[in-house]
Design a protein around this ligand. Sequence first.
Ligand SMILES: Cc1ncc(COP(=O)(O)O)c(C=O)c1O
Length: 392
Amino acid sequence: MPQTYDFETVLARREAGGIKWNLYEADVLPMWVADMDFRSPDCVTEAIVERVQSHSVFGYHFEHAPLREVLTERMHTRYGWQVEAGQLVFLPSLVVGLNLMCQLYGGGAGADVATFAPIYPPFLGAPKNYGQTPSQAPMRVERVGSRLEVSIDWDAFEACITPKTRLLMLCHPHNPLGYQYSRADLERILALAERHDLTVVSDEIHCDLILGDQPHIPFASIAPEAAARTVTLMAPSKTFNVPGLGLGFAIIQDPERLKALTAAMWSGMVAHTGVVGLVGAEAAYRHGQPWLSAALAQIRRNRDAAVAFFADTLPEVACTVPSATFLMWLDFRQTALADDPYKLLIERGRVALNNGKDFGLGGEGFARLNFACPPATLQDGLGRIARAVRGG
Ligand SMILES: Cc1ncc(COP(=O)(O)O)c(C=O)c1O
């Protein structure tokens, strides 16, 4: 009998601790940071409990051959992508990974780092940590009725690459726009990366959260020329709702870049991974697929419910229809909240979204909604947004 999963019960997350439910006052509903209000898969809990109980030793533990094995298999079966075990580097977090990318491949202080915008804020913060300037190519976000349609502005993208650019940071699928780059997009990006001799960092943390028919295509997998200049960042964090385990990984097929990252991991500036993350990640990738399929079904239903809500009940707020991620980009520019949606949603609606302004160019007047939650929480949140916009 297929196992059933409960994505409807509202969990006591405030009591469980964690940033999402404890940053704001108790009457504010949190729909911001990208973790899900669902129980993580039981296979993860069971593997961690088993490891903890059977060996009560917590020594240094930053290698885990079975995880390398399951990941190389996964790249092959999902994407036809041949990755060798030694081309994986485990990381404690992908935000740390983004910072390492700027440090190692960014071109040093004074360089420009190219990226599309609006964009997950650490893409803007990481270059700045190394004296670099994020050079942002605004995506085209067009309002059609109550929907936002997203496409690439290639002129803006070419223009954001300057003579001082050494690194291009891609978020694929894209956070916050829920956009998946197509093979044609990726090929065009590769052509530009080759022409300007750029390292490409492709943050693919959302690659398993596909809501439509278009499968994920890792940037590095499209051609040997792409693999030769790309660092791919992935993690089980979003896929299986385990960001608290602190485990991500890089795939690097160019020996020089691999050598540089491996050396940086021993510099003393980066925490090593731990046994709980490694064992939990292995279990998630090995046994978590039924949970993920069921979670995705709920996430799709939530997306459709939210899109219908904005179309039918609150059309002055336009929304993306994300084909990936559990994040929705909302346009408040035609509402009374236009000046500062993030702040006014909290003040008037008691609901916390992410502040569009933090996502760089194109973020003014927008907010990001996380809809990976039980349906009752989603309805509560949408109702709060409507009250904030319309009053009453
Ligand atoms: C594109 C992207 N990269 C990285 C992260 C965070 O990764 P980590 O928790 O491993 O630092 C997120 C989280 O939302 C994300 O959306």
